[in-house]
Design a protein around this ligand. Structure first.
Ligand SMILES: [Fe+2]
Ligand SMILES: [Fe+2]
Length: 333
């Protein structure tokens, strides 16, 4: 979900790998061994992971913005505290993931530069606006819910640092999902106006949430290789179906209608079948023309600029400490 660009071509020169090394690498993957930072790995595996993990990290950080919009307007102190904790978690997720990407030989500065220049992608979902408080409910319920669907299998992904980061992240995502669903439940048990607000938010978030799983398998460029390397364990369409099957009964429990006239339960397979997804909208948003793409990047750039003095001060402090320790060492000798 936060890794939609997994379906794009990978930049960089083609590397011809040693077939013996490749075979040994694949054998380790097949035996469910974890690949660690100092192990040999094919260049394409490394690049795929850098792109996927960094895109995931960017999504966590950009994902803080639509929710931050509601921090000052949360309806109660309890809601404000929970939302604040959730947004802080997302910042933490970004940090673990940038750190995991750094073990593959890229610097955080480089990754940040790719985000701020618009070269790197982040999840399309965060380019939609949060118009009412019910949107915060929908984000937790649907967006974090979709994140969990995608991220639980990533706890077993073949690259060790990524898999370990995902274990902790998934525990927190589950709190986020419940937080969102509980907001929806309160609204749906509230006044007719509150329930209408919940339905309106579901109408706007449902289809973008389904798009979070990325393009259909028939158009997904890297799925097969990523599955062989066990970076990915399920295809986009499999995960999307799991999400729909889990979420439709939750909507019914809330007394809400999924905005899809073609939605129906298929007795034979036990799956909820959904209507066609507007992939043109998805492509437009991914290409930078969603409702909030400009606003999101502008906010990240501003934050990066305003944080410059902190980064410079931290580097100066580290340098000073290094000099002091060196002087102490020399004096002791
Ligand atoms: Fe997260
Ligand atoms: Fe989350």
């Amino acid at each position: 979900m936060y890794t939609q660009a997994l379906n794009e071509r990978i930049d960089g020169p083609r590397v011809v790998e040693d077939p013996e090394k490749l075979a040994a690498f694949q054998a380790r993957i097949d035996a469910e061994e974890k690949i660690e930072p100092n192990d040999w790995m094919p260049e394409a595996y490394r690049r795929t992971l850098v792109r996927q993990i960094s895109q995931h990290a960017h999504s966590e950080v950009v994902g803080m913005l639509p929710e931050g919009n509601w921090l000052t307007r949360a309806p109660t102190l309890k809601r404000k505290a929970a939302l604040l904790a959730k947004i802080q978690d997302e910042g933490g997720h970004g940090l673990y993931l940038y750190a995991a990407a750094e073990t593959l030989g890229v610097s955080r500065e480089e990754l940040y530069e790719q985000l701020l220049s618009g070269k790197a992608k982040y999840s399309s979902i965060f380019n939609y606006p949060t118009l009412t408080w019910a949107d915060i409910g929908c984000i937790g319920w649907l967006v974090d819910g979709a994140a969990i669907m995608n991220q639980i299998p990533l706890c077993r992904t073949s690259y060790g640092p990524y898999a370990r980061a995902m274990i902790r992240i998934c525990k927190e995502e589950s709190f986020h999902q419940r937080q969102g669903y509980e907001i929806m439940l309160a609204l749906c048990r509230g006044t007719p106006e509150q329930k209408a607000m919940a339905q309106d938010a579901l109408n706007r978030w449902w289809w973008p949430a389904l798009m979070m799983f990325g393009p259909p398998d028939s158009e997904s460029v890297h799925t097969e290789q990523s599955m062989r390397w066990k970076i990915k364990r399920f295809t986009n369409d499999e995960l999307r179906q799991k999400f729909v099957d889990a979420t439709v009964p939750q909507a019914h429990y809330l007394g809400l209608t999924i905005p899809d006239p073609e939605l129906r339960y298929d007795e034979a397979t036990g799956h909820w079948r959904y209507g066609p997804i507007d992939w043109d909208e998805f492509k437009r948003v991914i290409a930078g023309f969603g409702p909030c793409n400009r606003e999101r990047l502008a906010a990240r750039r501003k934050a990066h600029e305003e944080g410059r003095w902190v980064r410079e001060a931290a580097i100066a402090h580290a340098e000073k400490r290094r000099m002091r320790e060196r002087a102490q060492r020399l004096a002791a000798e």
